[in-house]
Design a binder for this molecule. Sequence first.
Ligand SMILES: CC(C)(COP(=O)(O)OP(=O)(O)OC[C@H]1O[C@@H](n2cnc3c(N)ncnc32)[C@H](O)[C@@H]1OP(=O)(O)O)[C@@H](O)C(=O)NCCC(=O)NCCS
Length: 209
Amino acid sequence: MKNDITVYLFQTVSHSPKEVSQAAYCFVRQHIAEVTGSDPERLVFGRTGQGKPYIEKEGICFNLSHSGNTVAIAFSECEIGVDIEEVRPANLRIAERYFAESDRRYLALAADEQDKLNRFFALWTAKEAYLKRYGAGLSGGLDFSVADENGLLTRVASERFPPAGIFYRCLCGEDFGLHAPFHTASGSVRYILSVCADRTENVFLNMII
Ligand SMILES: CC(C)(COP(=O)(O)OP(=O)(O)OC[C@H]1O[C@@H](n2cnc3c(N)ncnc32)[C@H](O)[C@@H]1OP(=O)(O)O)[C@@H](O)C(=O)NCCC(=O)NCCS
């Protein structure tokens, strides 16, 4: 269906950013060729002025994100943005300085340090996915709300861009069948993924392990 979103997640053997990016584009090319019945070699990639990649003429949108050697690629017939982050120690002063007050309140309600990091990366990935949906970079500003004291918002809007839906997913070792690199001893959240599109009710996640 037109608004369905399919997300593929996988890890590359190489950790080199260049090779991770190449593997992602190779996947995009193969997938779109398969779905549209086109010759993969004839697909042409373009980039907007702000760097958002797209594929010409095929009527399929994609967006991708990498965190280390982990790749998330979202496909849909409508414009989308995706961001994946490994939950890791982070400087939370970024939130105090740049996030909206309601996001900071959501962060302040964290039960412990681990919960705070999970919340921070949920906020972060939601902001990135939203900005990437509209093809914006940092200039899009971060001070729009993606949460309030009741939790993460599933529909967000900024002063610059129209409202759009956000889908969140926390990933841990079990999501990847305990594939070694994803496994954490505590079984805690290891990655947070956010996807943004005008409507996000049908999101299909595919882990390639
Ligand atoms: C360019 C930018 C989108 C990259 O984000 P990142 O978290 O460093 O990296 P990600 O792995 O998530 O995304 C990188 C991919 O996004 C895509 N991308 C690049 N520019 C984009 C844009 N303007 N819009 C949408 N997607 C874009 C590319 O496919 C890129 O991969 P590639 O370099 O292999 O082609 C980022 O630097 C940026 O400006 N983000 C805007 C959102 C923002 O301000 N985030 C901070 C939130 S706290």
